[in-house]
Design a protein around this ligand. Structure first.
Ligand code: BYC
Length: 319
């Protein structure tokens, strides 16, 4: 007698059992539609962030103060493009083409990280982004190397290796400024003052007000909650700021021996909502530049597609 195909409930239970057993899920596995759309939302947002994130730092490539600094910054910004590529490739395993993901970014159906809507006013901002923003990114992404969706987890492993170099270059840049002239030290402090709070917002809303955290953790897409990651980051940044000789702009920041963590002051969640809602200092500019670059690259995509169609194997060199 032919065996009956498992029903939707049975499949869902089987899926959850795999997740609970810490099984890596692969594109060929049966995945609930909501799991697919949740992973896709997060990977796509992450991919867009990597690519849009090239803009604030790219702004300083032509004005880097030395050849050495320029070479380092060029390599870093190029790495971010590579991270975007790994992540778009991971997102495409869920059946949505990159072209469509870019269209969703452009028409506002998908987001990118709030942090990239702030301007890079001075050279020290490159250091603050490397130290704080990449530091926050690694804190979040290290946890994501264990995410339940295989292609995303594998992309994270490669990305984290490169991010740790990025964070060090930011720290080293600020270290040099903090030990330079008084004007350089002030510039470093001013950059840290401006990037500190937006960096804390990168981890997303508090757990109690995060609509996706509970389901995302149950499916092990997210392994650590927004608040816990934020706390890990603060605990890491405080001694590093002391080593730099710079202060963090929070009068309530202090060690709490009972909790074994640093307490910190309230985050301005209204500012976060404003920035995520499109009204940050650079939202319009970031999307305008992205759209223009996409339009400028149309001929490259058309040429690559024509080449692939003609030779079938896009990497084969024609005879
Ligand atoms: N910005 O329920 P929640 C980098 C949205 S580093 C904008 O907590 P979730 C780089 C969220 O999407 C940055 N939106 O959501 C570094 C949701 O809205 P929707 C990239 C945010 O997904 C240096 C709503 O708020 N890293 O690339 O469970 C140089 C409710 O939030 C933000 C990643 O993307 C935000 N900061 O948790 C260059 C890490 N936070 O979608 C490049 C991967 C929250 O319902 N992503 N929202 O409309 C994650 O880990 C998670 O998606 C988050 C949010 C922790 C960010």
């Amino acid at each position: 007698m032919a065996q009956e195909a498992p029903g939707e409930d049975q499949r869902a239970a089987g899926f959850q059992a795999l997740v609970d057993a810490d099984h890596r899920l692969e594109p060929r596995d049966w995945l609930p539609d909501r799991y697919r759309s949740m992973v896709l939302r997060q990977i796509a947002q992450h991919a867009h962030s990597e690519v849009i994130g090239m803009q604030p730092e790219g702004n300083w490539i032509t004005r880097a103060p030395s050849l050495r600094r320029k070479a380092i910054l060029l390599a870093k910004v190029q790495d971010e493009a590579g991270h975007g590529l790994y992540l778009y490739a991971a997102a495409e395993t869920l059946g949505v083409a990159r072209e469509e993901l870019v269209a969703r970014l452009h028409d506002g159906r998908q987001k990118y990280s709030s942090i990239f809507n702030y301007p890079t006013r001075t050279w020290a901002d490159v250091g603050a982004i490397g130290w704080l923003v990449d530091g926050a990114a690694i804190t979040n992404q290290l946890a994501l190397t264990r995410t339940s969706y295989g292609p995303y987890a594998r992309a994270m492993v490669r990305i984290c290796r490169e991010e740790s170099f990025h964070q060090r270059q930011g720290f080293e840049l600020l270290w040099a400024l903090a030990r330079g002239t008084e004007a350089q030290r002030r510039m470093a402090q001013d950059a840290v003052d401006r990037w500190w709070w937006p960096t804390l917002m990168m981890f997303g809303p508090p757990d109690a007000r995060s609509p996706h955290t509970a389901q995302s953790m149950a499916w092990r897409i997210k392994r650590v909650s927004n608040d816990e990651l934020r706390q890990r980051f603060v605990d890491m940044a405080v001694p590093q700021a002391a080593a730099l000789g710079l202060t963090l702009p929070d009068p309530e920041l202090r060690w709490n021996a009972d909790r074994g963590h640093h307490d910190f002051g309230p985050i301005d969640w209204e500012e976060f909502q404003r920035v995520v809602g499109g009204d940050g200092p650079c939202n319009a500019e970031r999307l305008r530049v992205h759209r223009a670059a996409h339009d400028d690259g149309a001929w490259v995509r058309a040429a690559a597609a024509a080449f692939a169609a003609k030779h079938r194997d896009p990497v084969a060199v024609p005879a």
